[in-house]
Design a protein around this ligand. Structure first.
Ligand code: ATP
Ligand code: MG
Length: 138
């Protein structure tokens, strides 16, 4: 078990003005911010980030959506970070997400679901390295 995970607040949530409320819920749940940036992905960068889904039918829609507006990328620290953060955000489809989870509160659909959370320690490290240099982590 490692203690770091990676998240993005997705373009639907930044556009709706939910960035502050989502960060507040994350920090109140005990996650410490180790790195953070406000940025915007190109289609190519969004495709590389979600490369594992390249053959899935929703890949084009996912890339279009993830490059449609600004995102907030962050590395978060907490005991059992990956698993606890997935619990905090809830199921991929907000209709199936537990009450009080970030996706239940802020997401509109399975495609536009407000936040990303790493699914393993290995991917948390890969995803954090995709966005942040050693000089950007505190
Ligand atoms: P994320 O990786 O963004 O945290 P997740 O791990 O819950 O989400 P994945 O299966 O990794 O879910 O899917 C990645 C993203 O692709 C989802 O968050 C969603 O934005 C999009 N996606 C997944 N399934 C669908 C679908 N059936 N239709 C449209 N978009 C989808
Ligand atoms: Mg995933």
């Amino acid at each position: 078990m490692s203690n770091r995970t990676f998240t993005m607040i997705k373009p639907d949530a930044t556009k709706k003005g939910d960035t502050g409320a989502i960060l507040d819920q994350i920090i109140k749940a005990g996650f410490a911010v180790k790195a953070m940036k406000w940025t915007k992905l190109t289609q190519e960068q969004a495709g590389l980030f979600y490369d594992i889904h390249r053959e899935r039918p929703f890949f084009g829609e996912l890339v279009d959506f993830m490059s449609s507006g600004p995102i907030v990328a962050a590395i978060l620290e907490k005991d059992n970070a990956v698993e606890d953060f997935r619990t905090l955000i809830g199921a991929t489809n907000p209709a199936q997400a537990a009450e009080g989870t970030i996706r239940k509160r802020f997401a509109a659909s399975i495609g536009e679901n407000a936040v990303h959370g790493s699914d393993s320690d290995e991917n948390a490290a890969i995803e954090g390295n995709f966005f942040f240099s050693a000089l950007e982590r505190f």
